[in-house]
Ligand binder design. Sequence first.
Ligand code: BGC
Length: 350
Amino acid sequence: MLRSGNEQKRSGILTVIFYIGALTSCACGKEQPDMADKAQVGVAYYNQSDTFLNQLIECLKEQFEQYANDDFEIALTVRDAAGSQRTQDDQVEELLDAGCDVLCVNLVDRADPSEIIDLARAHDVPIIFFNREPVAEDMMQWDKLYYVGADAKQSGVMQGELAADFIRGSKNADRNKDGKIQYVVLEGEAGHQDAIIRTEYAVATLKKKGIVLEKLSCGIANWNRAQAQNRMMQMISRHRNKIELVLANNDDMALGALDAYKKLNVTEAVLPIFFGIDGTDMGLKAVADHQLAATVYNNKEDQAAVMAELAAALIFETGMQDIPFTNGKYIYMPYFKITDENVDAFYSEE
Ligand code: BGC
């Protein structure tokens, strides 16, 4: 359970809502039958089997719940596309036909948002894309398109720094004492903005910090724990005890790699060191238990808070100037590092 929050931002949102609430309930002592007492937000996401996305959607629900008061309601409708862009296009059409005021879309195929953009534009409903970033040209298709996520490069650099610090501070990281760290990479989906960039910068940062690396293998495991376990089993059977470091593009894949070693009953002494990204509940627990050496926190609470703030600003047509945009359309929430030294501040067993 994460204990940190974004109280300041939250109170900003509440101010807007209570202000609107006061306006609608006081006007001439009459009931106001206008649209301002209810708003509908449609949320479409790529796949409910994704651990990080599920936790992000929970945060989003909590953020929107904060808007409820006696005078105002925001209804959130969430749709899972189960990995099909066509399904997601249909779901978005249904959400628009049902009268949603703002759409939050986590694309299945980040290179294929045109149908959704055309539908939203025809209904004049703004879209907040999140987590799976459309390409820049698509973001230019209409002025009511926004993106909320995080900077992939920052997470890669942080993972590289964490790994370099750990290796420098450990006598056993270079187990075969050859002066090099033999490593493997578990990558997320091909074509996802976070996958390639995280790997590239994690490796480049390790090298920049003076760690000599030898790459043994790289496998795509689509962010998925079971797939990562399979990939890792193959890598272990090929490289045996040679692997000293596992860099995974997310926590689920780092945990999948660990599962492979557990399944093979490998002794502690020949375990590599594992690094993830996300700080999911399971990822944080694994850092607390010293199973993952460290992770990089993908700040879902703040991403959800700023999405709710932006949605409110779009619905009420006020407060856009307070949103921390980059280039007028993008909002990137910073990552931060989690090690066994600070994990207790973010994770508790309850
Ligand atoms: C997260 C992954 C997640 C992916 C889904 C990434 O930012 O780190 O855990 O599976 O987004 O799009």
